[in-house]
Ligand binder design. Structure first.
Ligand SMILES: Nc1ncnc2c1ncn2[C@@H]1O[C@H](COP(=O)(O)OP(=O)(O)OP(=O)(O)O)[C@@H](O)[C@H]1O
Ligand SMILES: [Mg+2]
Length: 275
């Protein structure tokens, strides 16, 4: 049969049930997640999927549950109900080795979370040694590669106190990258930074687009508009609306989405940091 004559239907028919399931499974699947703190329900049924190398941006008002959602995904705060699947493995299954899975999920924190008593390169290499059991020299080499990737080769031997906020955050990103994650979760990675330092961090994140899947909680509307494959608008513990940046910025279905995007765009302007 010539290539032209192979029809999608034929290919589908040839797949066994098992491979079929695998072939159509998203890289990350978040399924009907609920989370309460005490009597207060924070997440009320959140579902979405992500494919390999996709960039998704989550936006929404303060207190909506965006950070809680990220923490439910990597099980820092296990959800009360619902499932999270990574690469076909159910993370939320108590039988899953969560430490093994966490290696595949990078996390970049708003306040960097670096070890202050360790140099930049050591902050990156320590996880490789302790978690991945890579020997010291190889871990150091790999850490240097990742620091170079985020533009910090020259700062490798400086301690966090000797780095700017933007540099610290880039060490945080290098640390996440070094573990070779399937997906990196970013929780407002630039919101603790002085405005003039935000651009460098966003540039590094942009350079990663298409190379690793990124789920980014941010108010940086320029980044969302220009870089995201999809924007997810959350409010009150649910996803209100989601779509491509074009759909969301020019043709959002719900008045509430349009209002929020308008307000956040005015607050955080796109020009300076947008890119
Ligand atoms: N560990 C906790 N214990 C009790 N309540 C919590 C805890 N963590 C978060 N909350 C509450 O859950 C709600 C959602 O918090 P979350 O941090 O997920 O919101 P957010 O959308 O990330 O907000 P922001 O934009 O301000 O970061 C808030 O009302 C918060 O006070
Ligand atoms: Mg938050």
């Amino acid at each position: 049969m010539s290539k032209k004559n192979i029809k999608w239907q034929d290919i589908k028919r040839r797949l066994t049930d098992e491979t079929k399931e695998e072939a159509f499974m998203a890289m990350l699947e978040v399924k009907d997640i609920y989370k309460a703190y005490g009597d207060v329900e924070i997440l009320k049924g959140v579902s979405f999927t992500m494919e390999k190398e996709e960039t998704k941006v989550i936006i929404g008002p303060s207190g909506t549950g965006k950070s809680t959602l990220l923490r439910c995904i990597n099980q820092l705060s296990p959800p009360d109900k619902g499932q999270v699947w990574l690469d076909g493995e159910e993370i939320t299954n108590p039988k899953t080795n969560i430490n093994k899975i966490r290696e595949k999920i990078g996390f970049v924190f708003q306040d960097f979370n670096l070890f202050n008593h360790l140099t930049a390169v050591r902050n990156v290499s320590i996880g490789l040694e302790k978690v991945k059991k890579i020997e010291k020299e190889a871990a150091q080499t790999r850490a240097m590669q990742e620091l170079t990737r985020v533009g910090l080769e020259a700062q490798a031997n400086q301690y966090p106190a000797q780095l700017s906020g933007g540099q610290k955050q880039r060490v945080g990103i290098a640390r996440a990258l070094a573990m070779d994650p399937d997906v990196i979760l970013f929780d407002e990675p630039t919101s603790a930074l002085d405005p003039e330092l935000i651009g460098d961090v966003l540039d590094v994140m942009k350079s990663l687009c298409g190379k690793v899947a990124m789920l980014v909680v941010t108010h940086e509307m320029g980044f969302a508009r220009n870089v995201a494959d999809e924007i997810i608008f959350m409010e009150g513990g649910v996803i209100v609306e989601q779509g491509s940046p074009k759909e969301m910025f020019t043709n959002a279905k719900l008045a509430r989405t349009r209002e929020f995007l308008g307000r956040i765009g005015a607050l955080y302007g796109e020009e300076e940091t947008g890119g």
